[in-house]
Design a protein around this ligand. Structure first.
Ligand code: 2RA
Length: 331
Protein backbone atom coordinates (compact mmCIF):
# COMPACT_ATOMS: atom_id res chain seq x y z
CA UNK A 1 0.00 0.00 0.00
CA UNK A 2 1.25 3.56 -0.64
CA UNK A 3 0.26 6.73 1.19
CA UNK A 4 -0.48 10.37 0.40
CA UNK A 5 1.98 12.46 2.40
CA UNK A 6 1.94 16.21 3.12
CA UNK A 7 4.96 18.10 4.42
CA UNK A 8 4.19 21.40 6.15
CA UNK A 9 7.23 23.66 6.50
CA UNK A 10 8.80 21.95 3.50
CA UNK A 11 11.35 24.69 2.75
CA UNK A 12 12.83 24.85 6.27
CA UNK A 13 15.93 22.98 7.45
CA UNK A 14 13.92 20.11 8.97
CA UNK A 15 11.40 20.16 6.09
CA UNK A 16 14.18 19.61 3.59
CA UNK A 17 15.60 16.83 5.77
CA UNK A 18 12.14 15.17 5.81
CA UNK A 19 12.38 14.78 2.02
CA UNK A 20 15.94 13.43 2.22
CA UNK A 21 15.00 10.88 4.89
CA UNK A 22 11.71 9.86 3.20
CA UNK A 23 13.66 9.14 0.00
CA UNK A 24 16.52 7.34 1.78
CA UNK A 25 14.06 5.07 3.61
CA UNK A 26 11.97 4.62 0.46
CA UNK A 27 8.82 5.55 2.39
CA UNK A 28 5.77 4.21 0.46
CA UNK A 29 4.48 7.46 -1.05
CA UNK A 30 1.62 7.58 -3.58
CA UNK A 31 1.28 11.40 -3.74
CA UNK A 32 3.50 14.03 -2.09
CA UNK A 33 2.32 17.56 -1.28
CA UNK A 34 4.70 20.29 -0.10
CA UNK A 35 3.39 23.25 1.88
CA UNK A 36 4.95 26.38 3.37
CA UNK A 37 4.16 30.01 4.07
CA UNK A 38 2.77 32.33 1.36
CA UNK A 39 6.29 33.77 1.06
CA UNK A 40 7.74 30.38 0.11
CA UNK A 41 4.85 29.25 -2.12
CA UNK A 42 5.94 28.74 -5.72
CA UNK A 43 9.43 27.46 -4.84
CA UNK A 44 10.45 24.23 -6.56
CA UNK A 45 11.82 21.26 -4.60
CA UNK A 46 13.01 17.86 -5.77
CA UNK A 47 11.98 14.47 -4.46
CA UNK A 48 13.37 11.30 -6.06
CA UNK A 49 14.33 13.20 -9.21
CA UNK A 50 10.88 14.73 -9.66
CA UNK A 51 10.18 18.48 -9.26
CA UNK A 52 7.44 19.63 -6.88
CA UNK A 53 6.01 23.14 -6.48
CA UNK A 54 5.60 24.32 -2.88
CA UNK A 55 2.05 25.49 -2.17
CA UNK A 56 0.75 27.86 0.48
CA UNK A 57 -0.52 26.06 3.60
CA UNK A 58 -4.27 26.72 3.96
CA UNK A 59 -7.23 24.95 5.62
CA UNK A 60 -8.45 23.82 2.20
CA UNK A 61 -5.36 21.78 1.30
CA UNK A 62 -6.49 19.18 3.87
CA UNK A 63 -9.67 18.55 1.85
CA UNK A 64 -7.40 16.56 -0.47
CA UNK A 65 -6.93 12.85 0.16
CA UNK A 66 -3.96 13.09 2.56
CA UNK A 67 -3.07 10.22 4.93
CA UNK A 68 -0.22 11.72 6.99
CA UNK A 69 1.03 15.29 7.41
CA UNK A 70 4.56 15.85 8.72
CA UNK A 71 4.80 19.28 10.33
CA UNK A 72 7.93 21.29 11.02
CA UNK A 73 6.67 24.82 10.53
CA UNK A 74 6.94 26.29 14.02
CA UNK A 75 4.58 26.17 16.98
CA UNK A 76 2.15 28.83 15.81
CA UNK A 77 1.58 27.18 12.41
CA UNK A 78 1.13 23.79 14.08
CA UNK A 79 -1.39 25.19 16.55
CA UNK A 80 -3.28 26.83 13.68
CA UNK A 81 -3.32 23.97 11.16
CA UNK A 82 -2.71 20.62 12.92
CA UNK A 83 -6.23 20.51 14.45
CA UNK A 84 -7.72 21.44 11.04
CA UNK A 85 -5.84 18.58 9.39
CA UNK A 86 -6.78 16.16 12.17
CA UNK A 87 -10.47 17.10 11.96
CA UNK A 88 -10.35 16.25 8.27
CA UNK A 89 -9.03 12.76 8.99
CA UNK A 90 -5.33 13.44 8.43
CA UNK A 91 -2.85 12.00 10.97
CA UNK A 92 -0.38 14.73 11.95
CA UNK A 93 3.15 14.05 13.22
CA UNK A 94 4.22 17.42 14.60
CA UNK A 95 7.85 18.38 15.21
CA UNK A 96 6.93 21.62 17.04
CA UNK A 97 6.56 21.90 20.80
CA UNK A 98 2.90 23.00 20.49
CA UNK A 99 1.20 19.76 21.61
CA UNK A 100 3.99 17.76 23.30
CA UNK A 101 2.72 18.15 26.84
CA UNK A 102 -1.00 17.65 26.16
CA UNK A 103 -1.85 14.52 28.23
CA UNK A 104 -3.91 12.98 25.43
CA UNK A 105 -1.27 13.56 22.74
CA UNK A 106 1.43 10.88 22.45
CA UNK A 107 5.06 12.08 22.59
CA UNK A 108 6.99 9.30 20.86
CA UNK A 109 10.52 8.00 20.26
CA UNK A 110 9.93 4.70 18.42
CA UNK A 111 12.82 2.84 20.10
CA UNK A 112 11.65 3.98 23.57
CA UNK A 113 7.84 4.17 23.85
CA UNK A 114 6.35 2.81 20.59
CA UNK A 115 3.21 1.63 22.39
CA UNK A 116 2.21 5.23 23.11
CA UNK A 117 1.50 5.83 19.43
CA UNK A 118 -1.57 3.56 19.73
CA UNK A 119 -3.52 6.10 21.78
CA UNK A 120 -3.22 8.91 19.24
CA UNK A 121 -6.30 10.96 18.38
CA UNK A 122 -4.95 12.32 15.11
CA UNK A 123 -1.94 14.27 16.38
CA UNK A 124 1.36 12.71 17.52
CA UNK A 125 4.14 14.95 18.85
CA UNK A 126 7.81 14.58 18.00
CA UNK A 127 9.95 15.41 21.07
CA UNK A 128 12.63 18.10 21.28
CA UNK A 129 15.91 17.04 19.65
CA UNK A 130 17.95 17.06 22.87
CA UNK A 131 15.27 14.95 24.60
CA UNK A 132 15.11 12.37 21.79
CA UNK A 133 18.80 11.52 21.88
CA UNK A 134 18.82 11.30 25.68
CA UNK A 135 15.89 8.95 26.22
CA UNK A 136 17.42 6.07 24.29
CA UNK A 137 20.31 5.49 26.76
CA UNK A 138 18.02 6.38 29.67
CA UNK A 139 15.46 3.78 28.59
CA UNK A 140 18.21 1.17 28.12
CA UNK A 141 19.26 1.67 31.75
CA UNK A 142 15.77 2.24 33.20
CA UNK A 143 14.59 -1.14 31.93
CA UNK A 144 17.23 -3.03 33.91
CA UNK A 145 18.13 -0.80 36.85
CA UNK A 146 15.37 1.79 37.33
CA UNK A 147 16.24 5.50 37.33
CA UNK A 148 16.17 7.65 40.47
CA UNK A 149 17.65 10.91 39.17
CA UNK A 150 19.00 12.49 35.96
CA UNK A 151 21.26 15.54 35.52
CA UNK A 152 21.54 16.86 31.93
CA UNK A 153 24.28 19.20 30.70
CA UNK A 154 23.93 19.91 26.99
CA UNK A 155 26.33 21.24 24.35
CA UNK A 156 23.93 22.10 21.54
CA UNK A 157 24.85 22.89 17.92
CA UNK A 158 23.75 26.11 16.27
CA UNK A 159 21.69 24.21 13.66
CA UNK A 160 19.18 23.77 16.49
CA UNK A 161 18.33 27.42 15.79
CA UNK A 162 17.98 26.68 12.08
CA UNK A 163 19.58 28.91 9.47
CA UNK A 164 19.72 31.79 12.00
CA UNK A 165 22.10 29.85 14.22
CA UNK A 166 24.34 28.79 11.35
CA UNK A 167 24.39 32.38 10.11
CA UNK A 168 25.46 33.74 13.51
CA UNK A 169 28.26 31.19 13.90
CA UNK A 170 29.51 32.16 10.44
CA UNK A 171 29.20 35.87 11.22
CA UNK A 172 31.07 35.36 14.48
CA UNK A 173 33.92 33.54 12.73
CA UNK A 174 34.13 36.53 10.36
CA UNK A 175 34.30 38.93 13.32
CA UNK A 176 30.80 40.29 12.72
CA UNK A 177 28.16 40.90 15.40
CA UNK A 178 25.39 38.26 15.77
CA UNK A 179 21.98 38.96 14.21
CA UNK A 180 19.98 36.37 16.15
CA UNK A 181 21.75 35.27 19.37
CA UNK A 182 22.01 37.80 22.25
CA UNK A 183 25.80 37.47 22.24
CA UNK A 184 28.49 36.20 19.83
CA UNK A 185 28.50 32.40 19.59
CA UNK A 186 31.90 32.01 17.89
CA UNK A 187 34.59 31.09 20.45
CA UNK A 188 31.88 31.37 23.10
CA UNK A 189 29.16 29.39 24.92
CA UNK A 190 25.62 30.68 25.60
CA UNK A 191 23.83 29.09 28.60
CA UNK A 192 20.61 30.35 27.04
CA UNK A 193 18.49 28.25 24.64
CA UNK A 194 14.95 29.52 23.99
CA UNK A 195 13.55 31.98 26.57
CA UNK A 196 14.09 32.33 30.34
CA UNK A 197 11.21 31.33 32.63
CA UNK A 198 10.20 32.73 36.02
CA UNK A 199 12.12 30.01 37.89
CA UNK A 200 15.44 30.84 36.23
CA UNK A 201 15.33 27.86 33.88
CA UNK A 202 15.10 28.22 30.10
CA UNK A 203 12.23 26.77 28.08
CA UNK A 204 14.71 24.31 26.54
CA UNK A 205 15.65 23.02 30.00
CA UNK A 206 11.97 22.80 30.97
CA UNK A 207 11.27 20.84 27.75
CA UNK A 208 14.00 18.30 28.52
CA UNK A 209 12.71 17.82 32.08
CA UNK A 210 9.00 17.54 31.20
CA UNK A 211 9.41 15.52 27.99
CA UNK A 212 11.81 12.99 29.56
CA UNK A 213 9.32 12.29 32.36
CA UNK A 214 6.44 11.90 29.87
CA UNK A 215 8.29 9.61 27.44
CA UNK A 216 9.71 7.34 30.18
CA UNK A 217 6.37 7.37 32.05
CA UNK A 218 8.08 8.54 35.23
CA UNK A 219 6.28 11.76 36.26
CA UNK A 220 8.04 11.90 39.62
CA UNK A 221 11.59 11.30 38.38
CA UNK A 222 14.15 13.69 39.92
CA UNK A 223 15.67 15.52 36.97
CA UNK A 224 17.40 18.81 36.18
CA UNK A 225 19.03 20.31 33.09
CA UNK A 226 21.42 23.01 31.92
CA UNK A 227 21.21 23.63 28.17
CA UNK A 228 24.10 25.44 26.48
CA UNK A 229 24.63 26.60 22.90
CA UNK A 230 28.16 25.88 21.69
CA UNK A 231 30.00 26.93 18.50
CA UNK A 232 29.38 23.62 16.69
CA UNK A 233 27.49 23.68 13.39
CA UNK A 234 25.53 20.41 13.76
CA UNK A 235 24.85 17.55 16.24
CA UNK A 236 24.09 17.96 19.91
CA UNK A 237 26.29 16.53 22.65
CA UNK A 238 24.89 15.80 26.10
CA UNK A 239 26.56 14.81 29.35
CA UNK A 240 24.11 12.76 31.44
CA UNK A 241 24.64 11.87 35.10
CA UNK A 242 22.25 9.08 36.11
CA UNK A 243 21.47 7.73 39.59
CA UNK A 244 19.96 4.25 39.25
CA UNK A 245 17.69 2.42 41.68
CA UNK A 246 19.72 -0.81 41.70
CA UNK A 247 23.42 -1.59 42.04
CA UNK A 248 25.24 -2.79 38.93
CA UNK A 249 28.51 -3.96 37.46
CA UNK A 250 29.88 -1.68 34.74
CA UNK A 251 29.79 -4.62 32.32
CA UNK A 252 26.00 -4.69 32.79
CA UNK A 253 25.77 -1.00 31.94
CA UNK A 254 27.80 -1.50 28.76
CA UNK A 255 25.66 -4.53 27.82
CA UNK A 256 22.39 -2.63 28.34
CA UNK A 257 23.53 0.30 26.21
CA UNK A 258 25.18 -1.80 23.50
CA UNK A 259 22.10 -3.99 23.15
CA UNK A 260 19.60 -1.14 22.77
CA UNK A 261 18.15 -0.53 19.29
CA UNK A 262 19.29 2.84 17.91
CA UNK A 263 22.37 3.19 20.15
CA UNK A 264 25.97 2.76 19.00
CA UNK A 265 28.49 2.63 21.88
CA UNK A 266 31.77 4.34 20.98
CA UNK A 267 33.96 3.98 24.04
CA UNK A 268 37.67 3.10 24.01
CA UNK A 269 39.71 5.76 25.79
CA UNK A 270 42.90 3.80 25.09
CA UNK A 271 42.39 4.79 21.45
CA UNK A 272 40.74 8.20 22.13
CA UNK A 273 37.44 6.73 20.89
CA UNK A 274 34.34 8.62 22.06
CA UNK A 275 31.29 10.17 20.32
CA UNK A 276 31.82 13.52 18.60
CA UNK A 277 29.51 15.80 16.54
CA UNK A 278 31.74 15.59 13.46
CA UNK A 279 31.14 11.81 13.36
CA UNK A 280 27.45 11.80 14.34
CA UNK A 281 26.37 14.30 11.68
CA UNK A 282 24.58 12.59 8.78
CA UNK A 283 23.72 9.50 10.82
CA UNK A 284 20.52 8.40 12.60
CA UNK A 285 21.94 6.57 15.60
CA UNK A 286 22.60 7.93 19.09
CA UNK A 287 26.28 7.55 19.90
CA UNK A 288 27.15 6.85 23.56
CA UNK A 289 30.57 6.88 25.21
CA UNK A 290 32.62 8.04 28.22
CA UNK A 291 30.60 5.45 30.15
CA UNK A 292 31.94 5.43 33.68
CA UNK A 293 30.87 5.03 37.26
CA UNK A 294 30.17 8.22 39.24
CA UNK A 295 32.21 7.42 42.35
CA UNK A 296 30.74 10.38 44.20
CA UNK A 297 27.26 8.83 44.46
CA UNK A 298 25.90 5.29 45.01
CA UNK A 299 24.53 3.43 41.94
CA UNK A 300 25.40 6.31 39.61
CA UNK A 301 27.02 6.61 36.17
CA UNK A 302 28.13 9.33 33.76
CA UNK A 303 27.63 8.98 30.01
CA UNK A 304 28.17 11.23 26.99
CA UNK A 305 25.76 11.01 24.05
CA UNK A 306 25.91 12.65 20.63
CA UNK A 307 23.39 12.64 17.78
CA UNK A 308 22.51 14.56 14.63
CA UNK A 309 19.86 16.96 15.97
CA UNK A 310 18.30 17.55 12.53
CA UNK A 311 18.11 13.85 11.64
CA UNK A 312 17.44 11.63 14.69
CA UNK A 313 16.65 14.78 16.67
CA UNK A 314 13.89 15.85 14.29
CA UNK A 315 13.33 14.55 10.72
CA UNK A 316 14.25 10.87 11.08
CA UNK A 317 12.37 10.40 14.35
CA UNK A 318 9.27 11.98 12.75
CA UNK A 319 9.50 9.66 9.73
CA UNK A 320 10.06 6.68 12.04
CA UNK A 321 6.82 7.58 13.84
CA UNK A 322 5.01 7.56 10.46
CA UNK A 323 6.57 4.14 9.72
CA UNK A 324 5.37 2.94 13.13
CA UNK A 325 1.79 3.99 12.29
CA UNK A 326 1.95 1.80 9.18
CA UNK A 327 3.62 -1.11 10.99
CA UNK A 328 0.94 -1.06 13.70
CA UNK A 329 -1.86 -0.83 11.14
CA UNK A 330 -2.94 2.52 12.58
CA UNK A 331 -3.33 4.13 9.17
C1 2RA B 1 17.55 24.02 19.80
N1 2RA B 1 16.37 22.06 20.63
O1 2RA B 1 18.55 23.29 19.74
C2 2RA B 1 16.20 23.44 20.20
C3 2RA B 1 15.21 23.53 19.09
N2 2RA B 1 15.59 22.80 17.94
O2 2RA B 1 17.54 25.23 19.52
Amino acid sequence: KKYNIAVAGATGMVGRKFLEVLAERDFPIENLYLFASKRSAGKKMEYKGKSYTVEELTDEVFDRDIDIALFSAGGATSERFSPVARDKGVIVVDNSSAFRMYPEIPLVVPEVNPEDVEKHNGIIANPNCSTIQSVLPLKALAEKFGIKRVVYSTYQAVSGSGVDGIEDLKRGLEGKEPKNYPHPIANNCLPHIDVFLEDGYTKEERKMIDETRKILGTPDMAITATCVRVPVENSHSISINIELEKSFEMTEIFEALTGFDGIIVEDDTSKNVYPMPIHATGKDEVFVGRIRRDFSRENSVNIWCVADNIRKGAATNTVQIAELLIKKGLI
